[in-house]
Design a protein around this ligand. Structure first.
Ligand code: SF4
Length: 348
C-alpha cells in the first residue's frame, strides 16, 4: 500500500488564478487571438491550454501586431515595456500579481526616500527583471549571503531591501541578517516580501516532510516557487522530486516507500496533482489518499476594471499602466475547494 499525504495548501494561488482569468476573459470579450508577453504563469500545461483557446505567447512586444490585445504576465514588467506599448497604442491588460505590484511600490518608495535599493532575488527571473525595470536609479541584486559581502558600497550607505515574492523564506532571512550585519542603516518591510502563497506552501511542505518518506512536487522545473518546495524537502533529508505531471513518476522512487507527500507549486493546476495519484495507482493498486490539516486560503484578486465591466471597449496601455494595488484584493469564500473530479479520484 502507498499512503499519499496531500499538502494543504498547494497549487494555484490567487495571483495565478487572476492571471489565467485575465487571458480567458480577454479571449471571451475581445476574441482570439490575444497576445501574452511571456508565459502568463510558469506552467506549460496552463500555457498550452490557453494556446488552444487562441492565446499567442511572445517574449517581446515587437512580436505583437499593431492593435492586438496584449496581456502582461503575472511576473510584472519593466516600465520600458509599458512605455513601448503606449508608444504603439497597444491595448494592454496587465496581469501583474498585485503582490508583485506591491513590491514595485515599496521599491519606489524607498528610492524616493533617498535609499539605495537592494533586491533579493534570482538573476534572470522575469519578476526580478520587471522589478528592476520599475525603479529609477541603480538596484543591486543579491541572491545569497555571499553577494551581500561582495556589494561595493560604503558601509554607512542608507539601504533598503525588497525581495522577489517566491524565494525560500529561510534563505531570505539569512540574506537580510547579513545585510543588517554588514551595513549600518538598512530598512525593509517588517516581513520580507515573500508572498502569502509562497510562505503557506513552504510551511505546509515542512509539516508534510515530518510524516513522509518521499516528496513529490508538481510544478515546472523553471518555476521558482516549485523549485523552492523541492529544495525544502531535500534540506529536510527527504528524497524529493519535482515533476511536471504524473507521466514523470519513476516507479523506482517508490521502492520501500509506504508514505509519500504530494504538493504543487503556485502555478500548477490541481488536475496535474491528480495525474500523479493516478500514476501511483499504476505502481501499486492500493493507494490511500489523505490531506494534511493546513491553512485555508481565502484570498482573491479582482480582475482589471476593463474586464470587470465586461466592456468591449479597448483597454489602453496608459490606463492599464496604473498599477493594480493590494487595495484590489478582497476576501471571499475559499477559492481552493476541491473539484468533483478531484473528489472522485481521491475516493477511488
Ligand atoms: S506566488 Fe504570490 S506573488 Fe506570485 S502570483 Fe502567486 S500570489 Fe502573486
Amino acid at each position: 500500500m502507498i499512503k499519499v499525504v496531500l499538502a494543504q495548501p498547494r497549487g494555484f494561488c490567487a495571483g495565478v488564478v487572476r492571471a489565467i482569468d485575465i487571458v480567458d476573459q480577454a479571449l471571451t470579450q475581445y476574441g482570439a487571438p490575444v497576445y501574452v508577453r511571456h508565459e502568463i504563469v510558469h506552467n506549460r500545461h496552463v500555457v498550452d491550454n490557453l494556446k488552444s483557446k487562441g492565446a499567442i505567447f511572445v517574449e517581446e512586444l515587437n512580436e505583437v501586431p499593431d492593435g492586438a490585445v496584449t496581456v502582461f504576465s503575472a511576473h510584472g514588467v519593466a516600465r520600458s515595456v509599458f512605455a513601448e506599448a503606449k508608444a504603439r497604442a497597444l491595448p494592454v491588460l496587465d496581469a501583474t500579481c498585485p503582490l508583485v505590484s506591491k513590491v514595485h511600490h515599496q521599491g519606489k518608495h524607498y528610492v524616493a526616500k533617498g535609499r539605495t535599493l537592494i533586491l533579493i532575488g534570482h538573476a534572470g527571473h522575469p519578476e526580478v527583471e520587471g522589478t528592476m525595470g520599475q525603479i529609477d536609479g541603480p538596484v543591486h541584486l543579491v541572491s545569497h549571503e555571499a553577494d551581500v559581502f561582495a556589494l561595493d558600497l560604503p558601509l554607512d550607505t542608507p539601504l533598503a531591501y525588497v525581495t522577489q515574492t517566491t524565494l525560500s523564506v529561510d534563505d531570505t532571512k539569512d540574506v537580510i541578517i547579513a545585510l543588517k550585519a554588514r551595513f549600518s542603516d538598512v530598512s525593509g518591510p517588517d516581513t520580507a516580501d515573500i508572498c502569502y502563497a509562497t510562505q503557506n506552501r513552504q510551511t505546509s511542505v515542512r509539516d508534510l516532510c515530518e510524516v513522509v518518506q518521499a516528496l513529490i512536487v508538481v510544478g515546472a522545473n523553471y518555476s521558482s516557487n516549485s523549485k523552492r518546495l523541492c529544495e525544502i524537502g531535500q534540506e529536510m533529508g527527504i528524497p524529493s522530486y519535482l515533476v511536471a505531471d504524473g507521466s514523470e513518476i519513476d516507479p523506482a522512487w517508490m521502492a520501500g516507500v509506504s508514505v509519500v507527500g504530494l504538493t504543487a507549486g503556485a502555478s500548477a493546476p490541481e488536475e496535474l496533482v491528480l495525474t500523479v495519484i493516478e500514476a501511483l495507482r499504476k505502481i501499486d493498486d492500493d493507494v490511500v489518499v489523505t490531506q494534511m490539516n493546513g491553512i485555508e486560503e481565502n484570498i482573491e484578486f479582482r480582475l482589471p476594471a476593463a474586464l470587470r465591466r465586461g466592456a468591449k471597449a479597448a483597454v489602453t496601455a496608459s490606463a492599464s499602466a496604473t498599477a493594480v494595488t493590494s487595495a484590489e484584493a478582497k476576501s471571499s469564500a475559499p477559492k481552493f475547494t476541491i473539484s468533483k473530479r478531484a473528489a472522485a479520484v481521491l475516493a477511488r
